[in-house]
Design a protein around this ligand. Structure first.
Ligand code: NAP
Ligand code: MG
Length: 478
């Protein structure tokens, strides 16, 4: 059985505990994909110490040289895309096509940040005396801890570690337990690409032990987290009490509004892919669709026609549209949300069950008659469940879309410029789409949410520099 080791100070090593966790395939009960190191506080301590020791020499390397390592890792990920994607599919369930696309995205992100070390990163500011040199530059933070979720086991770690390393930080990565075999392959590509010892470290294990030990290490300078709001809040409290920088990307309850003047076939197509691809387990997945009442009947038919065609199955089968949810507990949680929606009076139009299969499957599920007070209109479900709501005006639809603690992503389907502009100016979301699905982000642009979806910072694009560096102001007189 493949063992997924820690990587600390340039060595692949077993955990101090000598204990391992078996990661099973959610599509095939009983099939173990790999054994993952169960780390102790001591493992985490050694990892942060190694990162602290490696910091000065990595920081002092010219940016172009750091970039060369990222470029080489990008090439290796591309070469290994099929092998990594297969493990991802077997470990957390998404289809092979989506998994492969994600690995290639990881490669593109590494390439993008590979160039960052050669781009301008400061300002020249006119000094008061007119002759001294007043300028700013970006300096790295030090040792950065990355805590990541399982739903994008390559892309999310990469969109944190690539800018962290490009700007001269050293890294300790704590990936999600149930996607750690995949994370191990990602780190292997960076190691094979020549990342120096101590610059990138990997510690597996549970959030409560490993994640917590990371946050408590005195040499940790910052933490970047993606995951649930509950864990995010705990991390924010710990980080702020220690005075270290933190960044959180968390949940969403992403709405789509469909206007009368929209291309309804396009809208139905993109609502289905936005809500159902990756089994609805994207933070930007479409979760509720608010349709103008006059077209609700027609639009519902178009949705149903497409949802009925969805094939649920093992993500390795090329005919599969979506695979299982990631774990047995995720399946229980999604099924509980479905029952709650029924208890609260939402009307189940399609799905709601486990597709009569062994494994963590949930059918494509559509609810109609959803009102703003129901929990299905407000809570993140993280599964293939879509709530259909009706509104009489754009104004009312925008209020319904905004009526949630989250503010990650939102979309409108319309051919009217005035509808578009009204939506763009009033919607409370960090990511705003017009005639496009709520899911999907471009790595070269800033990414993040408003309200409880994020901690008021942005990832990806050049915006990542704001989190992973400090601004230093230099005044030079002679
Ligand atoms: P999660 O339970 O919050 O876990 C995220 C990470 O935090 C995992 O590595 C987890 O470790 C770790 N963790 C758990 N408890 C911890 C603690 N007490 N201290 C430190 N670390 C701890 O989230 P998830 O269930 O993996 O992911 C789903 C959530 O992520 C959803 O809410 C989704 O919306 C959100 N998400 C947001 C974005 C975004 O960019 N906004 C993107 C993707 C997903 P273990 O694996 O050991 O539990
Ligand atoms: Mg969790």
């Amino acid at each position: 059985m493949k063992r997924t080791l820690n990587y600390i100070g340039g060595d692949w090593c077993e955990p101090e505990s000598g204990e391992w966790t078996a990661n099973d395939n959610p599509a095939r009960p009983g099939e173990t994909v790999g054994l993952v190191a169960r780390s102790t506080e001591g493992d985490v301590k050694r990892a942060v110490d190694a990162a602290a020791e490696a910091f000065a020499s990595w920081r002092d390397l010219p940016g172009a040289k750091r970039g060369k390592v990222l470029d080489a890792a990008a090439r290796l990920l591309e070469e290994r895309a099929d092998a990594i994607a297969e493990i991802m599919t077997r470990e957390m369930g998404k289809t092979f096509a989506e998994a492969r696309g994600e690995v290639l995205r990881g490669s593109a992100i590494l390439k993008f940040y590979g160039g960052e070390g050669e781009r301008a990163n400061g300002d020249h500011i006119p000094p008061a005396d007119g002759k001294s040199l007043l300028y700013t530059r970006r300096i790295p933070l030090g040792v950065v801890g990355l805590i990541t979720p399982w739903n994008f086991p390559v892309a999310i770690p990469v969109w944190k570690l690539a800018p962290a390393l490009a700007y001269g930080n050293t890294v300790v990565l704590k990936p999600a337990g149930n996607a750690s075999v995949t994370a191990g392959l990602l780190v292997e590509a960076l190691v094979d690409a020549g990342v120096p010892a101590g610059v990138l470290n990997l510690v597996h294990g549970s959030g409560s032990v490993t994640g917590n030990a990371l946050l408590e290490h005195p040499r940790l300078a910052a933490v970047s987290f993606t995951g649930s709001n509950a864990v995010g809040k705990e991390i924010a409290l710990k980080a702020s009490s220690r005075g270290i920088k933190y960044q959180l990307e968390m949940g969403g309850k992403n709405a789509v509004i469909v206007m009368e003047d929209a291309d309804l076939d396009q809208a139905a197509e993109l609502v289905v892919s936005g809500s159902m691809k990756s089994t609805g387990q994207k933070c930007t997945a479409t979760s509720k669709v608010i349709v103008m009442r006059s077209i609700a009947g027609t639009f519902t038919e178009k949705l149903l026609e497409r949802l009925r065609r969805i094939r649920v199955g093992d993500g390795m089968d090329p005919e599969t549209y979506f695979g299982p949810v990631a774990t047995p507990s995720a399946q229980l949680s999604v099924l509980a949300h479905i029952r709650k929606a029924q208890d609260e009076g939402a009307k189940l139009l399609l799905g709601g069950g486990t597709a009569n299969r062994d494994g963590c499957f949930v059918e494509p599920t559509l609810f109609a008659g959803v009102t703003p007070a129901m929990s299905i209109a407000r809570e993140e479900i993280f599964g293939p469940v879509l709530a259909l709501m009706e509104a009489d005006s754009l104004e009312a639809a925008i209020s319904m879309a905004n009526d949630t603690e989250f503010g990650l992503s939102a979309a409108i389907f319309t051919n009217s410029l005035s509808n578009t502009m009204a939506f763009v100016s009033r919607i409370e979301a960090g990511m705003v789409k017009v005639n496009a699905e709520t899911a999907g982000v471009e790595y070269q642009a800033p990414f993040g949410g408003l309200k409880q979806s994020s901690s008021n910072s942005r990832e990806q694009g050049r915006a990542a520099m704001d989190f992973f560096t400090h601004i230093q102001t230099i005044s030079l007189s002679i």
